[in-house]
Ligand binder design. Structure first.
Ligand code: BTN
Length: 245
């Protein structure tokens, strides 16, 4: 997929903002060019998928949004997958740890979510928002995140946030000839028991793999198979692989 048509990137850095996605939306409406990237030290109203908030304390993460105009070919899911692979590859350059992608757009290390991606589309632009936990906050994560969230780097390890940002942008703005292969190689749900959430409905299933359009192939309890398309669906990987309860 052709990611950037004009091949120019315009990086703007901020201290604290509400949400880099929201700020970039304003700028996009005001005519900001494709390739505008907003990076903030902290967010007071960082947003995640499905109305969740994204905890964004100062000095502990990368909070970044990228503006593309509609010239890009491919759909939102494909773009989100492309961003997830770009982040995973950039992280892999700085850590020995195995980096996984949890369908559709979360990055996991050691069983904990270290990055989320929020792609938002308007009629004439798309914003890809990337939030990465680099290091655990001094006072830990808020209660609701404590069992899920983790950080890319340990308390005492050195890291270079600017290098990571740079590597992410290089990967993101490069065409990826084997996006599906790169995504599948890191997919963490394959063969696992998962809990699927869609609106008020929840059910258990087994994840089979990622299809050609980045849908999640699942086996239901009655033995039938179906494919989940991202939208308003989320999945959790079950710790135990026992009953279908
Ligand atoms: C998720 O986990 O559901 C997605 C989280 C996306 C967070 C990033 S941080 C930068 C950008 N600005 C936001 O308000 N959200 C995204």
């Amino acid at each position: 997929m052709m990611i950037l048509t004009n091949k120019r990137i315009y990086i703007e850095r901020y201290g604290t903002v509400t949400s880099t996605n929201d700020l970039l939306k304003e700028k996009a409406s005001g005519g900001a060019p494709e390739g505008t990237v907003i990076i903030a030290d902290a967010q007071t109203a960082g947003r995640g998928r499905m109305g969740r908030r994204f905890h964004s304390p100062a000095g502990r993460g990368i909070y970044m949004s990228i503006l593309l105009r509609t010239e890009f070919s491919g759909d939102e899911v494909c773009l989100t997958a492309h961003a997830a692979v770009a982040v995973a590859k950039a992280i892999e350059k700085q850590t020995e740890k195995a980096v996984f992608i949890k369908w559709v757009n979360d990055i996991y290390i050691d069983g904990r979510k270290v990055c989320g991606i929020l792609t938002e589309k308007a009629s004439d632009y798309v914003i890809v928002g990337i939030g990465i936990n680099l290091r655990e906050p001094e006072d830990g994560y808020p209660d609701e995140l404590r069992s899920i969230a983790g950080a890319v780097f340990g308390k005492d390890s050195d890291y270079d946030a600017d290098r990571l940002i740079n590597d992410i942008l290089i990967e993101f703005f490069k065409d990826n000839a084997d996006l599906l292969g790169d995504y599948r190689a890191r997919s963490m749900t394959d063969g696992k028991r998962i809990l699927v959430r869609q609106g008020n409905t929840e059910y258990y299933a087994r994840a089979l793999g990622i299809d050609e359009s980045f849908g999640l192939r699942i086996a239901l309890r009655d033995g039938s198979e179906t494919i989940l398309r991202s939208g308003e669906i989320s999945v959790s990987v079950r710790e135990t692989d026992g009953d279908n309860k």
